[in-house]
Design a protein around this ligand. Structure first.
Ligand SMILES: [Mn+2]
Length: 327
């Protein structure tokens, strides 16, 4: 383990909160991904193993896609469980408006811990550690558990492996650092099974996802001489295929994976004249977090998102103009 990966002020405060607190609520962002669920569950399981009462909660509840994760059985949401909480922990969440009904109001009796790897995180909460160099929040949770002397057993290691594996696209994306692979190796030492977990993550799609892909792949288009690849998810694609919002995970890879594409975009129609836009960049010189922030969203340099008000055609035009200027 790299010595003192966790900032000492944060670690000191966190250790004190864990020592004094009894009831913990751990939460993450809406439309949770593997890092959100894995980081939430790893912290929850570890706190429980340390003798605390800990509840994992998400504004979207537990998705079917991750229902096999260790500890998932007691997962709470969308309804917020009954408090009070001595400590409220938010993981992998770029901004406070992404945790639904999670109570973030300042309360000295219930400090908020903000643990995240999104560079656009404004640093909300009372005990904050944001490190944009980290591939996944799960990497930070792993360091934190070890340095705070909290348990990491096979189940916890498995949740953390899932967190890191999903946010790095199975260790393919440019956010994968030597330290990321070292953390993954240590998680295998702690009992995580790479083959089995990877199969559950990447080869466990519901059949309806193929029907969903049949609906959306015909919308694929290329702009700017092939440097921009985009897809549309029209609202009727869900009804026609029986897909769930979680089935959109990774569809952006179909345009991103094409040779010559620098920026991949997915536009998704949402209720109330809103378009959800996902951005991916394959070139470190094109920072899509900056683009997303301009449209009221956020994220990482290589992967970001925003919810934009407006008619679909108008939103597409504005986003393409901004992407073109950034290329
Ligand atoms: Mn993440």
């Amino acid at each position: 383990m790299p010595k003192a990966a966790v900032p000492s002020d944060f670690l000191k405060r966190f250790r004190a909160l864990v020592k004094e607190g009894r009831r913990f609520l751990v939460a993450s962002h809406v439309r949770p991904d593997g890092d959100a669920y894995g980081s939430t569950l790893a912290l929850t399981l570890s706190l429980r193993k340390a003798g605390k009462t800990a509840t994992a909660w998400n504004p979207d509840g537990l998705s079917e896609r991750f229902a096999w994760l260790p500890g998932a059985a007691g997962f709470a949401g969308p309804k917020l469980p009954q408090g009070p909480w001595d400590v409220r922990i938010v993981v992998d969440t770029a901004s406070p408006d992404r945790v639904g009904d999670f109570p973030l109001a300042s309360d000295p009796a219930s400090p908020v811990v903000n643990l995240d790897h999104h560079g656009s995180n404004p640093g909300f909460g009372d005990c904050v550690w944001v490190d944009a160099a980290r591939a996944a929040c799960g990497e930070m949770v792993f360091d934190l558990l070890r340095e705070a002397d909290l348990p990491v057993d096979r189940d916890i290691a498995s949740c953390l492996f899932v967190a890191i594996s999903t946010d790095t696209g199975s260790f393919r994306f440019s956010n994968t650092r030597a330290a990321t692979l070292r953390a993954a190796a240590e998680l295998l030492d702690a009992g995580a099974e790479a083959g089995e977990l990877s199969r559950m993550i990447w080869e466990n799609e519901p059949a309806r996802r193929l029907a969903f892909l049949r609906e959306i792949l015909p919308t694929a288009r290329f702009e700017e001489g092939g440097k921009v690849g985009l897809l549309w998810i029209r609202s009727e694609a869900y009804a026609r295929s029986g897909a769930q919002p979680e089935d959109t995970e990774g569809v952006i890879d179909f345009v991103r994976s094409v040779a010559g594409v620098v920026v991949g975009l997915v536009f998704e129609e949402a209720p109330g004249e809103i378009v959800r836009v996902s951005f991916r960049s394959k070139d470190p010189r094109v920072d899509v977090a900056k683009l997303a922030v301009r449209f009221g969203g956020g994220g990482h340099a290589a992967a970001a998102g925003a919810r934009i008000s407006g008619a679909p055609a108008a939103v597409e035009r504005e986003v393409l103009a901004a992407v073109k200027a950034a290329l």
